[in-house]
Write a protein that binds this ligand. Structure first.
Ligand SMILES: [Zn+2]
Length: 489
């Protein structure tokens, strides 16, 4: 989690905590508690056995320390190549940098590769670092304890890596007659977004990974009180950019204050920017999300969500929604978050320059240039300049909600989770899917494991863990999904 990039989970805790805050006053939740849809043949003892086997792979993957930097993803890629080899599947390491490789393997529907309908299952090999002293277990031990598997990457993203692998191997073991190619991809440097990341992977190896659809991290299965409340399928994401605020002034001895003090001017600018609220714009996906979530809320919040589009109450509704949940606020507008300040070299020296960093998240379709014009007007100080840093993300088109694959995800998730609502989702965080969408891949984000607020809190934090039962459900969902979408029946 460096620069403008941010793994999917970095934002989830605040998001989900906000969701629960909004839900906490809700009484009976309509739409839930219905009898579960009858399980398909994938919900069998065989899938449960596969999930147990995959839990073993997850534990082994956790033991391979792929903290990024430096990443060292090649060791994990080799471990996966070994598993695939035993299944009779040829895997290929895709070297990105010394010690850093991605891995690709494919099951073809016909005698030659055909990207035109192919499904790509993506997960990343690298993990963020740990504060070892704050863990109660070895973060690289893959320790099973109290029904959980502990370790860095236990959820983000080695669980999805192991679950994707299980679904992929399931197709091979069952000799499935595929109606499309299925590609397994393990990527490097997701947490860093640098020279070993998906952007470079696409540049170097596109012909090996080209696909029409992909499934990646990015969405989530929200669980409360042991029940799945809803499933959020990421089909779009906000676009990150970092902006430096630079205030200049006259330097001098601090015993003689000057009116053009750079620190004072910077502080004034940051205060104005930090309190700025960008205008609301509801994208199609965000509208659909709110339509889906309204019935899960208490009557009051539900009423305001349904009023978002009304001409007389819409503006008030937007204020209520934004106040009710910080994630909702971030879903309906550009956000600008001051994150860093730097000024001064000595206690008694007035510096000639002071800087702040703003982490900006734009709605797809909005530009940083337009936002900066607005902020410059607001700051209105000739001593202060705003500069966009060169690491800005690129806006990608949304994935369509009308594809066969999106429909298959909705169907499989609803079946797996007892009819829980499945909603399209525009994440406030950035994922590798943006790069895939820029290459015309219909990419959807779904971390398939039902996770509680308590477990989401640990992502990128201390004592990261996944409930073994949630992991098994995620494996079952992926097996169901690939069986329904990629196999001829
Ligand atoms: Zn991740």
């Amino acid at each position: 989690m460096r620069g403008v990039r941010k793994c999917v989970f970095a934002g989830i805790f605040a998001a989900v905590a906000g969701f629960f805050a909004a839900l906490s006053s809700a009484g009976q939740v309509p739409g839930l508690g219905q009898p579960p849809v009858a399980p398909s043949s994938s919900g069998t003892a065989a899938t449960a056995a596969l999930a147990r086997e995959a839990a073993g792979w997850l534990a082994e993957l956790i033991k391979i320390n792929t903290t990024n930097p430096p990443g060292n993803e090649e060791a994990a890629a080799k471990y996966i190549a070994g598993i695939l080899q035993k299944e009779g599947i040829a895997a290929e390491l895709l070297p990105m940098a010394p010690g850093r490789s991605a891995l690709v393997a494919r099951l073809n529907a016909a005698s030659f590769a055909d990207p035109s309908k192919a499904l790509l299952l993506v997960a990343h090999l690298d993990v963020v670092g740990v504060e070892r002293a704050r863990w109660t277990v070895d973060p690289f031990g893959g320790v099973p304890q109290g029904g959980y598997i502990y370790g860095r990457g236990a959820v983000d993203d080695k669980a999805m890596l192991a679950a994707n692998l299980a679904a992929f191997i399931y197709l091979k073991r069952t000799n499935a007659r595929l109606n499309r190619d299925v590609i397994f991809l393990a990527t490097a440097d997701e947490e860093g977004g640098g020279d070993a990341s998906i952007k470079m992977l696409i540049a170097k190896y596109w012909n090996k990974i080209a696909a029409k659809y992909s499934l990646n991290e990015g969405g989530n299965v929200v669980e409360k009180g042991g029940k799945v409340q809803y499933v959020a399928v990421q089909a779009s994401e906000k676009v990150p950019a970092n902006v430096t605020v630079i205030a200049k002034g006259t330097s001098g001895h601090a015993s003689i204050p000057l009116k053009d003090n750079a620190v004072t001017h910077l502080a004034a600018a940051v205060e104005k920017i930090g309190n700025y609220t960008a205008p609301v714009h509801l994208t199609t996906i965000v509208r659909r999300y709110f339509e889906g979530i309204a019935p899960l809320m208490d009557d009051e919040i539900g009423k305001w969500i349904r009023s978002l589009d009304s001409s007389d109450r819409g503006e008030h509704a937007m204020r209520v929604i934004a106040d009710a949940n910080p994630m909702w606020n971030a879903m309906i507008r550009d956000t600008i978050t001051p994150t860093m300040l730097a000024a001064g070299i000595r206690v008694n020296v007035i510096p000639s320059e002071a800087r702040a960093t703003l982490n900006v998240r734009l709605l797809p379709g909005n530009t940083v240039t337009a936002l900066l014009a607005e902020l410059n007007k607001l700051v209105n100080d000739p001593q202060v300049k705003l500069e966009v840093q060169p690491d800005a993300g690129l806006a990608a088109p949304d994935s369509s909600l009308e594809t066969d694959f999106y429909a298959a995800i909705v169907k499989a998730a609803a079946e797996e989770f007892g009819g829980a609502p499945v909603l399209p989702f525009q994440s406030t965080w950035a994922t590798d899917s943006a790069q895939l969408r820029l290459h015309n891949v219909q990419s959807y984000g779904l971390v398939p494991f039902p996770l509680s607020e308590e477990d989401l809190k640990r992502m990128h934090g201390d004592d990261e863990r996944i409930p073994a039962a949630a992991f098994a459900k995620g494996v079952s969902l992926l097996v169901r999904l690939v069986s329904e979408f990629a196999v001829s029946h």
